[in-house]
Design a protein around this ligand. Structure first.
Ligand code: IPE
Ligand code: IPE
Ligand code: MG
Length: 234
């Protein structure tokens, strides 16, 4: 396993369809999805991936029934509470992208605790995309740039792609090398719009709760066969 992608991002999709397939309520599909998170975080860390970004809740997911939104928030709290010791022991750094100020307080408290506990760790960065939207992120970056322009902190001629990147939630991370989406959907759904400019994509028809180490390794081995040209000729 040479050439491991430094940054893998996953659109964890298909929990609802998995639940339907098993005649279970959607909430249990999300619960099964958490088991897949446990497996994939462990395996990514083991393989030496540096950043794993998981799309857990989009800015559009607020449009779901309140009951489902609440069960997703509760799962986040339960996940952090039950996993934090082990993640910490495995040297994982917890980070998030998205506007977490809109999350319920109980989520923010657990997240703050997780950042604090793990910030000096040196292993995998587990980056949770929560209330994340790619367009929202770009608009927020533009607003911040406007503030810095008005206050004289930067000048217009200094704004480059690199500077712009520094205003994104992902400012301290490399762009995702590999973006994985299970469940058969072939779209980004507002995920990492700016950062995915040169990402490699890997799609699979299986639903997220059925995603195992095997699928992760398959995705990585396909990635390793890709020729990333970045617009150049070989
Ligand atoms: C992904 O599974 C989880 C979230 C979006 C939070 P879905 O809930 O979207 O599952 P499907 O697409 O309905 O199968
Ligand atoms: C994308 O999945 C968001 C997350 C996985 C958190 P969705 O299920 O919300 O996406 P659409 O609605 O199918 O595009
Ligand atoms: Mg979905």
């Amino acid at each position: 396993m040479s050439k491991i992608p430094r940054h893998i991002a996953i659109i964890m999709d298909g929990n609802g369809r998995w639940a339907k397939e098993h005649n279970l309520p959607r909430a249990l599909g999300h619960k099964a999805g958490v088991e897949a998170i446990r497996r994939i975080v462990k395996e990514s860390n083991k393989l030496g991936v540096e950043y794993l970004t998981l799309y857990a809740f989009s800015t559009e997911n607020w449009k779901r029934p309140l009951k489902e939104v609440n069960s997703l928030m509760k799962l986040l709290v339960d996940y952090l509470k039950s996993e934090i010791e082990e993640l910490n022991a495995n040297d994982v750094v917890i980070n998030s992208i998205g506007d977490i100020s809109k999350l319920p307080k109980i989520c923010r408290v657990e997240l703050d605790n997780a950042y604090e506990k793990t910030r000096n760790n040196k292993g995998l960065t587990l980056n949770l995309a929560l209330n994340y939207g790619g367009r929202n992120e770009i608009v927020d970056a533009v607003k911040e740039i406007c503030l810095d322009l008005n206050s004289g902190k930067i000048s217009e001629d200094k704004i480059t792609e690199d500077i712009f990147s520094n205003y994104m939630y992902t400012r301290d991370m490399p762009d995702p090398d590999l973006i994985i989406r299970p469940s058969g959907e072939l779209r980004l759904s507002n995920f990492l719009l700016w950062q995915s400019a040169y990402s490699e994509f890997w799609f699979s028809n299986i639903n997220w709760p059925d995603f195992h180490e095997k699928e992760l390794k398959l995705a990585i081995s396909d990635y390793q066969k890709r020729d990333r040209r970045f617009g150049k000729v070989k």
